[in-house]
Design a protein around this ligand. Structure first.
Ligand code: 13P
Length: 250
């Protein structure tokens, strides 16, 4: 497994034309297998899988249903994504927790559903600015983590990725300092280590929140920062390529 893992979360951005251009750029970039993934909006996933075949860049989804199939209007199942060739599913992004009120229980069900169909969940955790300023960031993120781990079981975390994304750093241009991120990542790993040293050592913990070409290298130099979940900068091939290069250089 490559040491660092960089994931681009395109969120709800793009048109047929812009996605075409982005995918052409990405397909020329070249990446070591298992080191890079992109998560386009659902409708662009087939185009991404076809354009990125054989490039080393994997494709994931930004969300996944907790249900297998049935009368669930508007939902997309893990089986459907897996059949298309998706490898990952982002689960519990703060935008979904906040705006779609997804609960830890729902996220755990999505996590189980994704893994059952061979998708690797990228489980997002992160505190708000109020929680950080009140000194409760570590405890809050620990609670988010434990609520899911209690349901899915520690062993299943060995086939998952964790992304620490402080809500106050997302799309704000205000990155957590490498020290703040390292402190949280080490805490996440220590919580997992209470349950399984092996899982704690193996799981990749990505940082997300205003990662860009200028701040990536310093973040990646920290021991427990295993890569990044990149929003805005993943929409620009050059910026995304610089972040990938910074990860490779560590
Ligand atoms: P930005 O990199 O745009 O801050 O977004 C981070 C994020 O939410 C990735 O999932």
């Amino acid at each position: 497994m490559p040491k660092k893992f960089i994931v681009g979360n395109w969120k709800m951005h793009g048109s047929i034309e812009s996605v075409d251009a982005l995918l052409s750029g990405l397909s020329l970039m070249g990446a070591d297998a298992g080191s890079v993934a992109v998560c386009p909006p659902f409708v662009f996933i087939p185009a991404a899988i076809s354009a990125l075949k054989g490039t080393g860049v994997s494709v994931g989804s930004q969300n996944v249903s907790a249900y297998d199939q049935g009368a669930y209007t508007g939902e997309i199942s893990a089986g459907m994504l897996s059949q298309l060739g998706c490898k990952y599913a982002i689960i519990g992004h703060s935008e979904r927790r906040e705006q779609w009120l997804e609960s830890d229980q729902q996220l755990a069900a999505k996590f189980v559903s994704a893994q059952a169909k061979g998708l690797t969940p990228i489980l997002c955790l992160g505190e708000s600015i109020e929680q950080r300023e009140a000194g409760g960031a570590l405890a809050f993120v620990e609670r988010q983590l434990r609520s899911v781990v209690d349901i899915v079981g520690i062993e299943s975390l060995s086939l998952a990725v964790i992304a620490y994304e402080p809500v106050w750093a997302i799309g704000t241009g205000k990155t957590a300092s490498p020290d703040q991120a390292q402190e949280m990542h080490a805490h996440i790993r220590s919580v997992l280590a209470e349950l399984s040293d092996e899982v704690a050592e193996k799981v990749q913990i990505l940082y997300g929140g205003s990662v860009n070409a200028a701040n990536a290298a310093e973040l990646f130099s920290r021991q427990d920062i295993d890569g990044a979940l990149v929003g805005g900068a993943s929409l620009k091939v050059d910026d995304f390529a610089s972040i990938i290069a910074a990860a490779k250089a560590v």
